[in-house]
Design a protein around this ligand. Structure first.
Ligand SMILES: Nc1ccn([C@@H]2O[C@H](COP(=O)(O)OP(=O)(O)OP(=O)(O)O)[C@@H](O)[C@H]2O)c(=O)n1
Ligand SMILES: C[C@](O)(CO)[C@H](O)COP(=O)(O)O
Length: 438
């Protein structure tokens, strides 16, 4: 679990984050005669799968689950709240949904407002609104939305380019217009908002004629209606919405494929003596200098935020532990280094999309890249060298975060250089990692 400040010592400016998961739909188009969130995808429900992406690393302060009113599904799904509360160390509220999706979201947002008042939250509040029906949305999409909000956007949607040609058709089944495909995007969730903007958006739709309000299919549309900007970040193909039985089949196939990949020995493994698979070992190294005090940079190390510690300088979040782990994975796969995949400051190839990117996101992407190349990750081990921060009390937490990012065990240790060299002089932090792939 990521460390959260104690309520008693919160300052006025602490940013709060709430996640509203709408799971109250009846699943009419799926046609299984039960609320969609309660449909078993595997031996687990749609909602349970959807909540797999929600962990402490998102630094949430509140999760609101908007559940069906149907008593059996409500009781079954409410039990998942304890699992999330435990995993994220966060309060989870369960509330009943409304007739339409917008009503369910509106109830969820009201629950956030009331909680914020009860807890005297006085700083900015970010709200993510997510469809339980997008059951396989990876954590990286949540991160992209949160990063855009942190960077100052007021409303953010994840989206993917469309692959069909889209036409507007009139009432007499004639094509009225072909829309320019290059500009089109299919929008997903979680959608991110500042609570202030979401409140304005909901009070605006209260004033709209009923028919117009009924045509609003997501909250970003309400924001567009207000004339405010909606930023777009990259979505993910796995974040498809389970709407019809074909979507459910697709989601089950994706899960089976992932489990199959984990069970099988991929062809990339080289046979060694007696035909045994030979693991591939990689090494990675990364160094970041401390930022100058004028930059007032935050320290991100081993996937964790270290309040009150001097920050490191870099194009991304400058987390040498996460970066060394990425480099070790690429090295083991024989796929180059960090610069090959993410660009590098030092040779002028750093990429705008990775400005401020978290170590968690980079390590998730690196792990996906080596998996896509057919490797299984055995384990990663990282040691960093630096005088500060004192690491031991947060080792468990850091290992959990980076293990989640890599999808494989990540062990982290720390040492000092006995006052010698640049780490000894407190000029920066260095990290070395090894990785084993099969
Ligand atoms: N009254 C509603 C309707 C929808 N949703 C949620 O909004 C998301 C997207 O809705 P959709 O896919 O349309 O779900 P259903 O309404 O269940 O589907 P259908 O329209 O086929 O009945 C889902 O996670 C669904 O549970 C909700 O919380 N409350
Ligand atoms: C919010 C949404 O998932 C964005 O694509 C979508 O609009 C929900 O539509 P639904 O008809 O309620 O499933």
């Amino acid at each position: 679990m990521t460390q959260r400040p104690d309520d008693a010592v919160l300052t006025r400016t602490v940013r709060r984050r709430a996640l509203v998961v709408v799971a109250a739909g009846s699943g009419t188009r799926l046609g299984l005669g039960m609320p969609k969130a309660a449909v078993p995808v595997t031996d687990r429900t749609v909602l349970e799968h959807a909540l797999d992406a929600v962990s402490g690393v998102l630094q949430l302060d509140l999760v609101v689950l908007v559940l069906p009113r149907e008593p059996h599904a409500k009781q079954q799904l409410a039990a998942t709240s304890a699992v999330v509360a435990d995993r994220c160390g966060v309060e989870v509220l369960t509330i009943p949904g409304g007739e339409a999706r917008t009503e369910s979201v509106s109830s969820g947002v009201r629950a956030v407002q009331q909680h914020a008042q009860r807890k005297s939250w006085s700083g900015p509040v970010q709200v993510l609104v997510h469809d339980a029906a997008r059951a396989l949305t990876p954590t990286e999409v949540f991160h992209r939305v949160l990063e855009a909000l942190d960077a100052g956007a007021q409303c953010v949607v994840p989206a993917l380019p469309v692959t069909d040609t889209i036409k507007r058709v009139d009432a007499s089944a004639q094509v009225a217009q072909t829309l320019p495909r290059k500009q089109l995007r299919a929008v997903q969730t979680p959608q991110g908002f500042t609570l202030k903007l979401l409140e304005r958006a909901f009070s605006h739709i209260d004033k709209l004629p009923e028919e117009e309000a009924a045509d609003l299919t997501d909250e970003a549309m309400m924001v567009e209606n207000l004339g405010e900007k909606v930023a777009v970040v990259e979505g993910h193909p796995h974040a498809l919405k389970i709407t019809t039985s074909l979507d459910l089949l697709t989601v089950r196939a994706l899960i089976a494929e992932t489990e199959g990949q984990q069970a099988e020995v991929p062809p990339a493994v080289l046979p060694g003596a007696q035909g045994l698979a030979v693991p591939r070992v990689g090494i990675g190294h990364d160094i970041h200098a401390f930022a100058s005090p004028e930059e007032s940079a935050q320290l991100w190390l081993a996937g964790l935020h270290w309040p009150g510690e001097r920050g490191l300088a870099g194009h991304s979040d400058a987390d040498p532990v996460a970066h060394a782990a990425c480099a070790a994975l690429f090295s083991a796969a024989g796929m180059g280094d960090l610069g090959t995949h993410f660009g590098a400051d030092t040779i002028g190839t750093s990429r705008a999309e990775y400005r401020g990117a978290s170590g968690f996101v980079l390590l998730s992407e690196a792990a996906q890249i080596v998996r896509n190349a057919g490797y299984r990750i055995g384990s990663v081990s990282v040691q960093f060298v630096g005088n500060r921060p004192k690491f031991a009390t947060r080792r468990e937490e850091a290992q959990q975060v980076l293990t989640e990012a890599a999808g494989a065990p990540v062990a982290i240790s720390a040492t000092t250089s006995d006052g010698l060299g640049f780490t000894g002089r407190g000029e920066g932090i260095a990290a070395t990692a090894t990785a084993v792939l099969y």
